[in-house]
Ligand binder design. Structure first.
Ligand SMILES: Nc1nc2c(c(=O)[nH]1)N[C@H]1C(S)=C(S)[C@@H](COP(=O)(O)OP(=O)(O)OC[C@H]3O[C@@H](n4cnc5c(=O)[nH]c(N)nc54)[C@H](O)[C@@H]3O)O[C@H]1N2
Ligand SMILES: Nc1nc2c(c(=O)[nH]1)N[C@H]1C(S)=C(S)[C@@H](COP(=O)(O)OP(=O)(O)OC[C@H]3O[C@@H](n4cnc5c(=O)[nH]c(N)nc54)[C@H](O)[C@@H]3O)O[C@H]1N2
Ligand code: SF4
Ligand SMILES: [Mo]
Length: 805
């Protein structure tokens, strides 16, 4: 029997059981709680301050909230939220979450990095032995080492690490990449730790990666499914997706289902039903839903015939073998000979077969139906197949390109046409973002067909110098940290690691030179929205206080380094950071003629463009006229079966393959290494371990800030059943381990996670003591084994055991 059978809990049942106010009352309470007075202009504090400036939270949560700082005597005395916008779904107030509201604590945190530092000669990386150096000495060392390394190993020994700590910045984000490009360039990365798998695999279906309709558009839906999608925790306000999800639900009452191994906050606050599922099994659920729709003739054959190839044997691309269509796969006529019945899928997913049957009917009959998928699904060993499989449901039901429907990808947004600060990297060689530690260790063995190297058949040299600018991938957010640590401890491999940060994160601790950065409160910028639904906006980021301690802005430190490299004029073009801000506003005006003057911006802060069409509908042109607006696929249609993938599979190499290392043309259910099947037979490591993005942090940012730690302490989610079987009570210190490492943290014993699965909120700080990561960082447990197509990070695919500490 599957360990997750029949743990479907209806929202009402759970809510009653847990004593939380249920039904729409909870929803209304949430909306009212969020609903602050709109269009407030005067400071609500009534305090006497010297100035109030506009600013923004820049960390990588995908939202982009407005912050205002009240400043008195050169000190930020209070943070205020947005005061523009309304309480409508479109044109909302861009209110910060608990993290953004704690930014002042991060600015004045006594643990800020205060001076440039060099690792003491003769000590190991990570030993914590530092000496303070001057900015001049720091830049002199970086410049001379850079020249030595480039002349010894070549330009492609330089790597600019994936880093998202100031992802919302513009000048703040682009300064280092601009300078490093001008200095001769670096090997870049493609794919990202966020979306490698869906970004690489969706184009085989749609020609490129599209997002789906906006959340607000689901007001037109009869049913919304948040499929492994948790906007209430991962889009916490500003970018307005949490707001639009809650407000749309409250105003329009659209029936809402969440499919997730966890009873997420999205399930708690807006769902009518939670359907728990074993991680990594979504493609099996989809195949069974398709089976029910096909056998009960609920599918939209006309849509499939008009807009798709690969659904049935009559609509296959040239070169495809017989019985290779998705319908054949579902009906058991393909090579595996398995009929994808609800009973078959129930064994794999843990969802009762009856509920799979009724869910298929519900999805098919709800016209229109919106399926919005999150990215946790694809951050897995079979993620490339799961994410494409989910996108088959809108095809079977003809929901693409219409109001209230969508393509089954993540919720979409309208963009703000912001002028960008940066440079063009002259080096075209790229690695998948997840492959950098291998490129340090044995880069010259990495090839195009085995490791996804782009721009060359193989890397020319191992990485010898790494810039780590506002990121904590190196020793926290990458996988298998104990193995990664071994690579970094050998300083003959990567000879120089330069980190720029505000805090002494694990990656800084394993660096050679650390440069202290200002926070956004201490500098200026001009930035734009990211995942903002139907309101795109630009924010005037203004300096609240002068740089604290001996910190510098990215722009100013790059100017210093440019001077050492003899290229100051090229880097600055004679402008200060303030002058660049004015310049970027002027450049943006070309695309947005009615953009405010800088004076007006300084006063009003946020310039908004509300979607003139109301709500965003993805692929509308294609739906209306597929021959006039073909997709960029070989057929111009949506390719359920991809002949391109079938051909790539001939060239792609998998030396020492593990289960799941396959390239196949259909989005089938692919069992993998450390997947649910293995969990059920592995007595040593019987639990699947995922790691959700967590309210207390943005990844590892804010991990040590007192307010956020107090509001959201690190706790490992474990089901009541699994905890009881191990004698673990709520709050007990537990240890989670596998062959790669061991972490400890307190347990959150809860029925909010499906039995057989634990979730470690990702982003806690790695802190190795006596062989145990006391910080509880999930990446002590994750594996460096890239997913088959994108060579991305399968960080939610892990098997572990749990014991009471
Ligand atoms: N196991 C597991 N691992 C994951 C994930 C997962 O789901 N599970 N998610 C992955 C994803 S989606 C991502 S995007 C990555 C994110 O990984 P990273 O991009 O490394 O993000 P952070 O951990 O937030 O690190 C950002 C760093 O920037 C610093 N910083 C913040 N503000 C400033 C500033 O103003 N100036 C400067 N100079 N520095 C600043 C912070 O102190 C922090 O050290 O993690 C990935 N890793
Ligand atoms: N508060 C907060 N918000 C954030 C971030 C953060 O660190 N903190 N990080 C930001 C960044 S950079 C990114 S990329 C996004 C990430 O956004 P996502 O990748 O969507 O976030 P996750 O929490 O990894 O996954 C979302 C949900 O998927 C569920 N899930 C995991 N595996 C499976 C599966 O196999 N099947 C199904 N059906 N569900 C599954 C998880 O339980 C979780 O509730 O979030 C952004 N927002
Ligand atoms: S962390 Fe994200 S949701 Fe929170 S304030 Fe910053 S941008 Fe907004
Ligand atoms: Mo991400």
């Amino acid at each position: 029997m599957s360990p997750v059978t029949d743990h479907r809990v209806s929202r009402r049942t759970f809510v009653t059981w847990s004593g939380v106010a249920g039904g729409s009352a909870a929803l209304v309470a949430t909306a009212a709680h969020l609903g602050m007075p709109s269009r407030a202009t005067a400071s609500p504090t009534g305090r006497e301050v010297d100035k109030t400036v506009w600013n923004s939270c820049l960390v990588n949560c995908g939202s982009r909230c407005v912050l205002r700082f009240e400043v008195k005597d050169g000190t930020i005395v209070r943070e205020l939220p947005d005061s523009s916008g309304t309480n409508e779904i479109v044109d909302p107030q861009l209110r910060p979450c608990v993290r953004g509201r704690s930014l002042r604590r991060r600015v004045y945190d006594p643990n800020r990095i205060k001076k440039p530092m060099r690792r003491k000669p003769g000590t190991l990386r990570g030993a914590g032995e530092w000496e303070e150096i001057s900015w001049d000495e720091a830049m002199e060392t970086i410049a001379s080492e850079y020249k030595r390394i480039v002349s010894t190993y070549g330009q492609e020994s330089i790597y600019n690490q994936y880093a998202s700590g100031v992802t919302g910045g513009n000048i703040i984000l682009g300064s280092w990449s601009r300078l490093l490009s001008q200095m001769g360039g670096y090997v870049g990365w493609y794919g990202s730790y966020s979306t490698s798998q869906i970004t690489r695999s969706m184009p085989f279906m749609y020609g490129k990666r599209f997002e789906s309709n906006s959340i607000a558009d689901s007001k037109h839906s009869k049913l919304v499914i948040y499929w492994g999608n948790n906007p209430v925790e991962t889009r916490m306000s500003g970018g307005n997706n949490m707001w639009s999800a809650q407000k749309t639900r409250a105003d329009h009452g659209v029936r809402t289902i969440v499919i997730d191994p966890r009873y997420s906050d999205t399930a708690v606050t807006i769902a009518d039903e939670w359907i728990p599922i074993a991680p990594g099994t979504d493609a099996a659920l989809v195949a069974a839903l398709a089976y029910v729709m096909i056998t009960e003739d609920l599918h939209d054959q006309e849509f499939l015939d008009t807009y798709c190839v690969g659904f049935d044997e009559d609509h296959m691309p040239d070169g495809a073998p017989a019985h290779a269509s998705y319908r054949s796969y579902v009906e058991g006529l393909g090579p595996d000979g398995t009929v994808k019945t609800p009973e078959w899928a129930s064994e794999i997913t843990g969802i009762p077969a009856d509920r799979i049957r009724s869910l298929a009917r519900e999805i098919a009959e709800a016209k229109p139906c919106s399926i919005l998928q999150g990215w946790g699904i694809q951050r897995q060993a079979n993620g490339e197949y799961s994410c494409r499989a989910i996108m088959i449901l809108p095809l079977l039901t003809g929901n693409v390109g219409i109001n209230g429907g969508g393509n089954g990808s993540r919720e979409g947004t309208i963009p703000f046409p912001l002028a960008r600060f940066g440079g063009e990297n002259p080096i075209l060689t790229k690695i998948p973002s997840f492959k950098w530690s291998e490129a340090i260790d044995h880069g010259t063995e990495l090839t195009a067909t085995k490791d996804g190297i782009q721009g060359r058949d193989a890397l020319e040299t191992n990485f010898k110098m790494m810039f780590n600018i506002a990121g904590n991938i190196t020793m926290n957010q990458h996988s298998d940290l104990n193995a990664t640590r071994e690579i970094l401890l050998d300083e003959t491999k990567c000879e120089l690691i330069v980190t720029v940060d505000t805090h002494m994160c694990a990656s800084a601790q394993y660096s050679d030179i650390v440069l202290p950065s200002t926070t956004n409160a201490e500098e200026v910028d001009f930035i734009g929205s990211e995942y903002a639904g139907d309101t795109a906006y630009a924010i005037y980021v203004d300096q609240a206080i002068a740089p604290l301690h001996d910190t510098k802005s990215h722009y100013d430190m790059c100017t210093l380094l440019a001077e050492k490299m003899g290229m100051k004029e090229e880097f600055t073009e004679g402008r200060t950071q303030e002058e660049w801000r004015s310049h970027l506003i002027e450049e943006t005006r070309a695309a947005v003629p009615d953009l405010w003057s800088e004076e007006e911006f300084r006063e009003k802060g946020v310039f908004r463009i509300n979607n003139p069409e109301g709500t965003f509908v993805a692929n509308r042109d294609f739906r209306e006229d597929p021959s006039a607006n073909p997709l960029e696929t070989p057929s111009g249609l949506i390719e359920i079966y991809s002949q391109q993938l079938a051909e790539m599979a001939e060239e792609w190499e998998f030396p020492n393959p593990l289960p799941g290392d396959v390239l196949i043309p259909l989005p089938e259910y692919v069992p993998t290494w450390e997947g649910v099947e293995e969990a059920r037979t592995n007595e040593t490591y019987p639990l699947q371990c995922i790691g959700h993005h967590f309210k207390g942090r943005t990844h590892s940012s804010y991990a040590t800030i007192d307010w956020t730690v107090e509001a959201h302490p690190q706790r490992i989610w474990i089901s009541t059943e699994d905890a009881a079987a191990r004698g673990i009570a709520n709050g007990d210190l537990i240890e989670v381990f596998n062959d790669r490492g061991r972490i400890s943290s307190p347990a959150l014993v809860t029925p909010r996670i499906v039995p057989g699965v634990i979730s470690v909120p990702q982003g806690a700080w790695y802190d190795l003591k006596d062989g145990i990561d006391q910080g509880g960082c999930i990446n002590t447990l994750t594996k460096i084994h890239a997913s088959p197509l994108s060579k991305g990070n399968p960080q939610h695919t892990n098997l572990v055991q749990v014991v009471k500490a």
